[in-house]
Write a protein that binds this ligand. Structure first.
Ligand code: AMP
Ligand code: AMP
Length: 335
């Protein structure tokens, strides 16, 4: 197939993985990057063109250039973080995925409804009157774990809640277990959910606290924080895998009932904590490629079970777009 389509994305988050995958699948590739990052991205031969912009808010001015070619835009974590939900909805270039999902992803109440309707446990939520400690308090719109706090008792909670600026927050039971971020891909073209890979986030300073012996931790009074700085890979105990796959399938099935008939399309991630009784508790769902997949540009143990070739999530997206074009069904996978 002669591929005249361009795959484009913004220069950050998982752009390298997305465009490497697009090039491996035979697409032309374009990156829109802030001027100060453009030279960094020009190092990579699989990026055909880098378009510089001064601010993310200038993105709409680039759209015309993109539309002159047949372009599919692949969103990642920076799209909502820097263009906002409404900014994403206004994009006119074909956008990989279903934008209706953005409303459900942004609202913690709707997320809970969706996840629980897929028969997946979530940490219980409390009001100030019925709190059971320990808890984690999360403001709405916080990104990457910043703006969260941990409270072990009422006194700590009252002290810390004063410093919270956002009027909207949730109080959640603090689940003690192993964090596990499951990366899925749903193909509406072959109606299959694949488990692409799994990561653990490395969050500072909560993941660094174990390096301080407990007798010193108390006197140092370290406050845990959850700002993500990197990711490491994880494979699951095999007996947990059937449920991991089934959770992904139930999330997709629920999305078709709750959101619209198309539901969730393409990559998504369930952020979970696994407790000693081997139960998954979902903290959140991300409805796009997550940065933890950057560990697996050459594929993961799980993608290797499905593909006898390196298959990153970025490449899987490009393959879906390619398949859709061949079948004349691009509208099935873009919005
Ligand atoms: P950045 O482009 O690094 O500013 O990140 C854009 C968004 O993606 C922010 O909401 C980050 O919190 C999130 N993000 C970036 N890198 C990672 C990562 N390695 N793991 C999880 N989330 C990330
Ligand atoms: P989130 O923004 O929901 O992905 O949360 C950011 C980080 O906070 C997670 O990666 C966890 O390390 C931690 N976290 C969130 N919710 C909980 C919870 N209910 N119990 C324990 N840790 C949590």
């Amino acid at each position: 197939m002669k591929n005249n389509t361009t795959i484009a994305t913004l220069g950050s988050h998982s752009a390298l993985q997305i465009l490497k995958g697009a090039k491996d699948e035979g697409f032309r590739t374009v990156l829109i990057a802030l001027y100060d990052k453009a030279d960094f991205y020009r190092r990579f031969p699989f990026i055909d063109k880098v378009i510089g912009i001064a601010h993310y808010s200038d993105f709409p001015s680039v759209e015309k250039q993109l539309k002159n070619h047949t372009t599919v835009l692949v969103p990642h974590g920076s799209f909502v973080a820097y263009l906002g939900k409404e900014g994403n909805k206004k994009i006119k270039v074909p956008y990989f995925g279903n934008k209706k999902v953005l409303d459900w992803e942004e609202d913690r109440g709707l997320q809970r409804k969706w996840i629980e309707s897929a028969d997946i446990l979530m940490p219980p939520e409390f009001t100030e009157k019925n709190i059971q400690f320990p808890v984690i308090v999360k403001t709405f719109g916080a990104a990457g774990g910043s703006g969260y706090f941990f409270a072990a008792n009422k006194k700590e909670f009252m002290e810390k809640i004063r410093s919270i600026k956002s009027p909207r927050y949730v109080i959640q039971q603090y689940v003690v277990g192993v964090t596990c971020y499951l990366h899925y891909f749903y193909s509406p073209l072959i109606n299959t959910v694949e488990l692409m890979s799994i990561d653990r986030r490395y969050e500072t300073n909560v993941d660094g606290m174990g390096r301080i012996p407990s007798q010193y931790q108390h006197s140092m009074q370290i406050d845990p924080s959850y700002v993500v700085v990197g990711n490491s890979s994880l494979v699951l105990r095999e007996s947990l895998l059937p449920e991991a796959y089934a959770m992904g399938e139930r999330i997709v099935a629920s999305s078709k009932k709750l959101i619209d008939h198309r539901g969730l399309i393409g990559p998504f991630c369930l952020e979970t904590i696994i407790t000693p009784d081997q139960k998954f508790y979902a903290m959140e769902i991300s409805c796009r490629i997550v940065a933890g997949t950057n560990l697996f540009i050459e594929g993961s143990p799980y993608s290797w079970l499905t593909y006898n070739e390196p298959m990153s999530t970025g490449r899987r997206i490009a393959r879906e777009i390619k398949f859709a074009i061949t079948k004349n069904k691009l509208n099935t996978v873009v919005d």
